[in-house]
Write a protein that binds this ligand. Structure first.
Ligand code: PEP
Length: 254
């Protein structure tokens, strides 16, 4: 945690879910009660096909909804892509950019991620920029070098409108059940904090830094208690309301 920063627990449904899954959104929205909301913010980034319906389900609640990617341009001949205005129009208040699965599956470079981040922030969206090292890079002792470069290239120099959030997601920890030690997470997050303060000054102290990679109800308390960890980006365990709320509940004990 960082003193003065309200944590964010954000779910990423990836390519999972149909309208049959909307009951989970309803259960998350109901379960995210006033007590939890005093402690944290909560967000679920669903597939684009579900965003409007999920946003309607959560409309009168505290749960926020968002998308998992966007195009950097506002409109045009980009078959299959969605713009930040479309996300907002569908009721989304957030977007994830630069997830390692997008970087790997679609060849997204950090420069392309930065353009998407600029678009998301310009639309007023909470924009979660993901970075993280591969297993090979970690084994080669390059973790902090990778984070430094990805931060430098994936984040905009300046922005206005939305909130910039950074998510540290070691690629080898995503969907594997493996997690770094609390000490490793602390080292990475302290490094990111220092980089952000070096680049943006005092604003860098207010940027939420999420940890992502196999966060579950059983390990959330330990990981979320680490210094400079201001919440979680959760994949698999965000599909079920009971699991995501179980992670959120860790904040009642920290
Ligand atoms: C993710 O996809 O951002 C993620 C962290 O996945 P998981 O929680 O399943 O490791």
């Amino acid at each position: 945690m960082t003193p003065g920063i309200k944590p964010l627990v954000a779910g990423n449904w990836k390519m999972n879910g149909t309208s049959a899954s909307l009951g989970e959104i309803g259960a998350m929205n109901t379960g995210f009660d006033a007590g939890l909301q005093q402690k944290i913010d909560m967000l679920v980034c669903v597939p684009a096909t579900l965003l409007f319906q999920a946003s309607e389900v959560a409309r009168n609640g505290r749960l926020q909804t968002g998308a998992q990617d966007c195009h950097a341009r506002s409109s045009g001949a980009h078959t299959g892509d969605i713009s930040v205005a479309m996300i907002a129009d569908a009721g989304g208040s957030a977007v994830i950019v630069g997830h390692s699965e997008r970087r790997a599956d679609h060849g997204e470079t950090s420069e392309a991620v930065r353009e998407k981040a600029v678009a998301g922030l310009g639309e007023g969206l909470q924009t979660i920029v993901c970075i993280g090292e591969t297993e090979e890079e970690r084994k080669g002792g390059k973790t902090l070098d990778v984070l430094k470069e990805q931060l430098a290239l994936s984040l905009p120099d300046q922005w206005q409108g939305g909130e910039l959030v950074v998510a540290y997601e070691p690629v080898w920890a995503i969907g594997t059940g493996l997690t770094p030690t609390a000490d490793d997470v602390a080292e990475a997050h302290a490094f990111m904090r220092a980089e952000l303060v070096g680049r943006y000054g005092e604003i860098g102290n207010a940027i939420r830094l999420l940890y992502g990679g196999s966060v579950k109800p059983g390990n959330a308390k330990e990981l979320m208690a680490v210094a400079n960890v201001d919440g979680a980006l959760v994949g698999g365990a965000s599909l079920k309301a009971a699991d995501l709320l179980g992670i959120a509940a860790a904040y009642l004990e920290i």
